[in-house]
Write a new protein. Structure first.
Lengths: 221, 413
């Protein structure tokens, strides 16, 4: 479904060149649950950004359903992100001025849907993460775990094929982290959604199907 | 999507009430000044009643006489207009009328100064006054030199209080006139129609004045359509060129032209020669001055928007990640800016209405009734829209080019 072929990423400044990733080969198939692990600076987030079509590799290819995607223009890439991918971030990145419901609606704003359909989908998505009673709250009125669940609801509201989670439990206590992982597992198991999760937590990584280990930008397993 | 944009725009504005209020005040004040200017400009360029057919009207406002030792610039004389304009072929109506002068009356020990204008009968057909009572005097009244007068509502009040004036007499400059009609006050911004009292030209037309080429009169020509303007102008110019000036020692040539009202106003502004149409340049100059006037608050708004953009980097990153294209983000930020300027525009229009009402009541502009009519309202709306787009495009463009990863990481500067 989503494949990185011999992908490398070099960050260049005027004086410095940093090889963030090198020779990465990775396939994300339907129903996969992958963990990406590695020390800080090993290229985990860069890998996730490449998988999320948010960044361009400096070498190699990114293919979606067998087709090279990196030559696409901004509108097409945006459309692909909107239709195929969902993101969950460590620091939630909820829009403070919007209610929970409005936050979850964000990905649907870029689809030709009526207000009612958007609202219904957002409410259903919040129901799936157990937050039906908090739809009119604002992010600041929620606990960290609840905020991350809102972020998951936002990520899955558009029924993406792949969920990319960048340390989704990083800012949460262990019990809340456990709840978040349980939600991700359920999405993967029951709905067949592919999940790629960056994590530092070995316990959570072991519950996935496959662990990708990175060190200094290289895949070591 | 629009609902979400509007909702967010409103919430963003409420985040920093002081900055928002300052910004709103700056924009509202600018737009109110521009709206007032627009109302004044509109009332001069398109005065409305009684010059309701201004689009089909040309006028002779000035004449220049050139001789070996002198150059005279004045309003045209009755003789020139009577000979060259009165019977122009293709004109629907032609009126010749005096420029107007103050005339003093004394009533029960009170001194009353009235603006006095002499006109022909066609004046009342070409200009469309609103009569409150009676009727205009006629071409026959003019040709027989009947001492009749049309007065405006203010003059009726001054002389007769709340009583009707038709059929009664008023004394102006030592002469007695019978009032035949009363019209609504016309503001000075329509100089062709502005006066307190109108009497027939025939009451004062001496043989000398009948022949004069210079001084004291103006003329309006109503064309059947604007397409006739060129022929009318050419014929008038031909007639002026053929005028034989009796005393060639002083003046040898006369220059006069049929001009549109806008061209006349523009000529006065730029002080150029008669017949040269500078109205396009005036429109450009007005637009340029307005643009300059808007620059400072626009820069202020650009800065404010930019700082808000940086504050909202996380949101921008999220929107990009979830499928917003650069184009849709530009749309979002432009909508937000337009909401701000739209609110400021409404406040500016209200402020402008208050300012115009103060000007109307102050008496600074005689009989002024400036207001926010549909045209001025649309001007104000267009100004707000233009301002919103102008000040929003750059921040929106900058924001749309942000790297979503850096935006998510809050590493923007």
């Amino acid at each position: 479904m989503l494949e990185l072929k011999n992908v490398g990423k070099v960050y260049r400044t005027e004086r410095l060149e940093t090889q963030a990733l090198e020779g990465i080969n990775l396939k994300v198939r339907p129903g996969d649950f992958l963990a990406v692990m590695g020390p800080s600076g090993s290229g985990k987030s860069t890998l996730l950004h490449l998988l999320g079509l948010l960044d361009q590799p400096t070498q190699g290819m990114v293919e979606l359903d067998g087709r090279q995607v990196m030559d696409h223009d901004d509108v097409t890439l945006s459309h692909l992100r909107n239709e195929m991918l969902g993101f969950v971030f460590q620091s939630f990145h909820l829009v403070a001025d919007l209610s929970v419901l409005d936050n979850v609606e964000i990905p649907l704003l870029y689809r030709p849907l009526s207000n009612r359909v958007r609202r219904d989908l957002a409410l259903r998505s919040l129901g799936r993460v157990g937050l039906s009673s908090r739809v009119h709250h604002y992010p600041s009125q929620l606990s960290g775990g609840q905020q991350q669940r809102v972020a998951i609801a936002r990520a899955i509201v558009g029924s993406p094929r792949i969920l990319l989670a960048d340390e989704p439990t990083g800012n949460l206590d262990s019990q809340t982290g456990e709840e978040i992982i349980a939600i991700l597992e359920e999405l993967n198991r029951k709905e067949g959604m592919s999940v790629v999760m960056v994590t530092h937590d070995q316990r959570f990584a072991e519950r996935t199907h496959r662990i990708i280990r990175l060190f200094d930008g290289r895949q070591i397993n | 999507m629009l609902r979400s944009y509007l909702l967010l725009a409103w919430k963003v504005l409420r985040r920093r009430p002081f900055f928002t209020a300052t910004s709103l005040f700056g924009i509202a004040f600018t737009l109110s000044v521009l709206t007032v200017a627009s109302a004044l400009y509109e009332s001069i360029a398109n005065p409305g009643e009684p010059l309701t057919r201004a689009g089909r009207v040309l006028g002779v406002y000035d004449v220049r006489g050139l001789g070996p030792h002198m150059c005279v610039f004045s309003s045209p004389g009755y003789g020139l207009l009577d000979r060259c304009a009165r019977s122009l072929p293709g004109a629907e109506k032609v009126t010749v009328f005096g420029k107007g002068e103050p005339m003093t009356s004394f009533l029960e020990g009170r001194k009353i100064v009235s603006q006095f204008r002499r006109t022909d009968g066609a004046y009342w057909e070409l200009l469309q006054f609103r009569f409150l009572e009676g009727a205009p005097f006629t071409a026959d009244d003019d040709s027989t030199g009947a001492f009749v007068a049309v007065v405006n509502a203010t003059t009726r009040r001054r002389f007769f209080g709340s009583e009707p004036a038709t059929g009664k007499s008023i004394v102006l400059g030592g002469r007695t006139y019978r009032v035949v009609g009363v019209v609504k006050d016309v503001p000075i911004t329509c100089p062709e129609g502005y006066a307190d009292v109108w009497t027939p030209i025939g009451t004062s037309l001496t043989p000398d004045r009948q022949k004069s080429y210079l001084g004291g009169y103006q003329c309006l020509v109503l064309a059947h359509s604007r397409a006739d303007f060129a022929n009318l102008r050419a014929e008038f110019a031909r007639r002026v060129a053929e005028v034989q000036i009796p005393d060639q020692q002083e003046l040898q040539t006369l220059t006069a032209a049929l001009e549109s009202r806008q061209a006349y106003v523009a000529r006065g502004t730029f002080n150029t020669e008669i017949g040269r149409d500078m109205s396009a340049r005036l429109s450009f100059a007005v637009f340029f001055v307005m643009l300059l006037f808007m620059t400072l608050p626009a820069i202020n708004l650009v800065n404010l928007t930019m700082s808000r953009v940086l504050e909202r980097s996380s949101e921008i990153g999220i929107r990009r990640a979830f499928g917003a294209s650069a184009r849709s983000l530009i749309g979002q930020f432009l909508v937000e800016n337009l909401v701000l300027t739209g609110i400021a525009g409404i406040a500016g229009l209200l402020l402008a209405a208050v300012l115009l009402s103060i000007v109307n009541r102050s008496g600074l502009v005689p009989y002024a009734h400036f207001g926010i009519d549909l045209r001025v309202f649309l001007d104000g709306l267009a100004l707000a829209l233009f301002f919103g787009l102008w000040s929003g495009v750059y921040p929106a463009w900058r924001m749309s080019r942000m790297d979503p990863i850096r935006a998510l990481q809050g590493r923007l500067s």
